[in-house]
Write a protein that binds this ligand. Structure first.
Ligand code: HH2
Length: 284
């Protein structure tokens, strides 16, 4: 999907339009499931091209692992990792919309300069006060994600009274904050942050009650791919082997109103997305 097609999609996301598949491209040495695989810009760009051929509408390029227990990566290091990949993809003219997974405005700005379209901020603009004003100035799109705590400590003892209600309320407030900073409302996407300060049961409940998040009126992005709670439920310890568990979560999220699924296994999950859509619309 080209950036202008994505812009048009923002005006009619699901349930009117089709759901999108976002491919994960971690240019990091230490990501939990694909760390170290794409350690040069050429290799990473080739993987992105492969994901587009497999059906990715969007590619999310990240230069910082945020797995439980991880530490922040300096902005210069993130820039050196993500900018060459974004620049290479733009030079090759890949028909894809590019997102950058960062909480730092310096990284976001360098990525936008290189041709990124979306800023994916797992702190929803809370880490760096310059991030939302930058998104507003550049008329970019932004993904605002919920997280309890920080990656270093978030899985220590996450607690909620009503996880879906609390996540929904947080996302509503952060969307309002983004708009107050000048971000156009139609360019705001929301994400419950599966696995970010949540137990297995919290994650399962969020998937079950996804309709409550879709009711916020903005496209909901969901990232369950290969995550630990799938291993807990299925007993599959190797993240790369969690394909079927991931497929179940993707189908469930989409059936319950999610608009974008963020996945590593783009080919299989594109099939899942197409199948769910066919069931929903009654058109094969
Ligand atoms: N999950 C991860 C990273 N970024 N962004 C959004 N919006 N939603 C998510 O669920 C999400 C995210 C973690 O997964 P991954 O990138 O595969 O691993 P790591 O953080 O170890 O690089």
């Amino acid at each position: 999907m080209t950036p202008s097609q994505f812009d048009a999609w923002l005006l009619s996301p699901p349930p009117l339009g089709r759901p999108l598949v976002m491919g994960v491209l971690n240019v990091t040495p230490d990501s939990f499931s694909d760390g170290g695989r794409f350690d040069s810009a050429e290799r990473a760009a080739a993987r992105a091209e492969e994901m587009v051929a497999e059906g990715a509408d969007l590619i999310d390029v990240g230069g910082e692992s945020t797995r439980p227990g991880s530490q922040p990566v300096p902005a210069e290091v993130q820039i050196n990792r993500v900018v060459p990949v974004i620049a290479a993809l733009r030079k090759q003219g890949a028909p894809v919309t590019l997102s950058v997974d960062t909480t730092r405005s310096a990284v976001a700005e360098a990525a936008l300069d290189a041709g990124a379209d979306i800023i994916n901020d797992i702190t929803a603009g809370r880490d760096d006060p310059g991030l939302l004003p930058l998104v507003a100035r550049r008329r970019a799109a932004v993904i605002l994600m919920h997280m309890q705590g920080t990656p270093a400590t978030m899985q220590d003892d996450p607690r909620y009274v009503d996880v879906t209600r609390e996540v929904a309320e947080f996302l509503r407030q952060r969307a309002r904050a983004a708009v107050a900073e000048g971000v156009e409302e139609r360019r705001v996407l929301l994400d419950p942050g599966i696995g970010f300060g949540k137990t297995t049961n919290h994650n399962l409940e969020l998937l079950r009650r996804m309709t409550d998040l879709a009711a916020l009126g903005r496209p909901v992005v969901v990232g369950t791919s290969r995550k630990g709670f799938i291993g807990k439920v299925t007993g599959v310890t190797d993240p790369a082997e969690r394909l079927f568990g991931t497929a179940a979560t993707v189908a469930c999220a989409l059936a319950n109103g999610a608009a974008v699924v963020r996945v590593h296994d783009v080919g299989p999950m594109s099939q899942v997305a197409r199948m769910v859509r066919a069931i929903q619309t009654g058109r094969g």
